[in-house]
Write a protein that binds this ligand. Structure first.
Ligand SMILES: [Zn+2]
Length: 243
């Protein structure tokens, strides 16, 4: 069962590995934001239910926030279900073949969003792509002003009562990432839809601004040990549950 998080924006319940969203793009087409680790029949049914409920024609776009596997593992399968959907990805996360054709995880990319900090790409009448280099070099946020929702990928991690940044060592370039977070703060909408954790239902831009102002704290060795131990336990649990 899908959850509507704003007008014309839904969160797919059956997603695995990361949050997956659907948003009305334009021209009676739906866009899917990220895919998770894999696609299930239930997830496809959820997408089809949205199409029927809203009278939209088809899935026109798959918007990839970044290339990490928990966000793109299901991309090939999703593309098989919706072969006409255009895959949108950031320049820095694309592989360019000898004919200069862009690919992400063995899937052809139809729209490459420039990686230039601060530039905005108008993808559809409702959705803009914003480069956020740092977590990965080609990381993107997608902004839907009409619905007031910003899809952030892993630019922020949302816990029950707090917003956090990805750990420094999980970012490809942390200096660039911290700069990107400030850019995101200046352009984000009121509702935040992160790649993991809970939806931020209001004051998202203000909360990102506060987060961007906070200096990175030096991690002491026992704290680092605790976090790494937690990550290993999480990965083991996920393998055991096979999600
Ligand atoms: Zn990531």
């Amino acid at each position: 069962m899908t959850k509507r998080i704003a007008s014309n924006v839904w969160q797919l319940h059956a997603a695995r590995g990361c949050n997956v969203y659907a948003v009305e793009a334009d021209d009676r087409k739906l866009a899917v934001v990220d895919c998770g680790l894999r696609i299930s029949e239930i997830m496809i049914r959820e997408i089809n239910e949205i199409l029927i409920e809203t009278d939209l024609r088809e899935v026109g776009y798959v918007l990839v926030t970044h290339k990490h596997r928990d966000h793109t593992g299901g991309l090939s399968s999703l593309h098989k279900y919706f072969p006409d959907a255009k895959i949108v990805a950031g320049e820095g996360d694309c592989f360019f073949d000898t004919d200069n054709q862009p690919w992400i995880d063995a899937n052809p990319v139809s729209i490459v969003v420039s990686g230039e900090m601060g530039s905005i790409t108008e993808l559809t009448t409702n959705i803009k792509g914003l480069p956020l280099p740092g977590h990965t070099i080609g990381s993107l946020a997608f902004i839907c002003e009409k619905s007031g929702v910003t899809f952030t990928g892993d630019a922020v991690i949302s816990h029950v009562n707090t917003l956090a940044r990805p750990l420094k060592f999980l970012n490809a370039d942390d200096t660039l990432y911290l700069e990107s977070l400030k850019t995101l703060a200046s352009l984000a909408t009121d509702i935040g839809a992160p790649g993991h954790g809970l939806i931020i239902e209001h004051s998202f831009a203000e909360r990102i601004s506060d987060l961007a102002e906070q200096p990175r704290q030096k991690m002491n060795p026992s704290e680092a040990y605790r976090i790494i131990k937690g990550l290993i336990a999480f990965i083991r649990l996920r393998r055991r549950k096979n999600v």
